[in-house]
Design a protein around this ligand. Structure first.
Ligand SMILES: [Zn+2]
Length: 177
C-alpha cells in the first residue's frame, strides 16, 4: 500500500483546525516516520538515576531535550552505562562547573547514537565516543549485538536482521516525495 505522507499530514492539520481528534493510526504512522523515542518507562528510569545530567528533560520546547531520549529501547543499556560513567566524572567537578554541565541531547542520527553535552571533560568525551561506537554494533530496537547492519533505506538505522527486515517493510510504504 502506498501512503502519501503529505496527505496524511494535511489530514492531521485539518482535523486539528476543525477541532477534531486526528485518527490514532495516522498519527502513529506519521510520528514514527519523523521521530522515534525511548519508551517513557525506560526514559523515566534514566531521569530518576541521573537527575543532574538530565535536568530540563521535557521541560522547555526550545531545547532538544524537550523531546526526551530520541532513540529506541535497544540502546537503553549502553546509554545507561554511559550516563553512569559520566555521572562519576560529574561528581568530581567543582560545584560551579556542575551547574553548567548537563546532557543537551540524546538521539539517533544516520544510524548512530549522538550524545551531546553542554560542556565535557576529556574523560566524558572518551565515554561518549565509546557509547557512540558501541551503538553502531547494537540493534537500536532490541539491543542485539549479532548480525548488526546499517540500513540502506533513506532512513538509515542500525539494526539486527529481524528488525532490519521489519524496518524495510515499514519504510518502503513511505513515498519518496
Ligand atoms: Zn533487533
Amino acid at each position: 500500500m502506498k501512503v502519501e505522507l503529505l496527505l496524511l499530514l494535511k489530514r492531521i492539520v485539518l482535523d486539528i483546525a476543525l477541532g477534531k481528534k486526528p485518527q490514532k493510526d495516522i498519527l502513529k504512522y506519521v510520528t514514527r516516520v519523523f521521530i522515534h523515542t525511548m519508551t517513557r518507562e525506560l526514559e523515566n528510569i534514566l531521569v530518576a538515576k541521573y537527575p543532574d545530567l538530565l535536568k530540563g528533560i521535557r521541560q522547555n520546547p526550545r531545547t532538544p531535550l524537550f523531546f526526551g531520549v530520541e532513540c529506541e529501547d535497544g540502546w537503553y543499556d549502553l546509554i545507561n552505562n554511559a550516563l553512569f560513567a559520566i555521572q562519576q566524572q560529574y561528581d568530581q567537578l567543582e560545584e560551579s562547573e556542575k551547574e553548567d554541565t548537563c546532557i543537551i541531547q540524546i538521539k539517533e542520527k544516520f544510524g548512530g547514537l549522538r550524545l551531546y553535552m553542554s560542556q565535557t571533560t576529556d574523560a566524558m568525551d572518551d565515554i561518549i565516543r565509546t557509547a557512540e561506537s558501541t551503538a553502531y554494533k547494537t540493534c537500536e530496537v532490541c539491543g542485539a549485538t549479532d548480525n548488526i547492519a546499517t540500513a540502506d533505506t533513506r532512513y538509515i538505522r542500525t539494526l539486527c536482521q529481524v528488525h532490519m527486515s521489519k524496518h524495510k517493510e515499514f519504510y518502503l510504504q513511505v513515498p519518496n516525495k
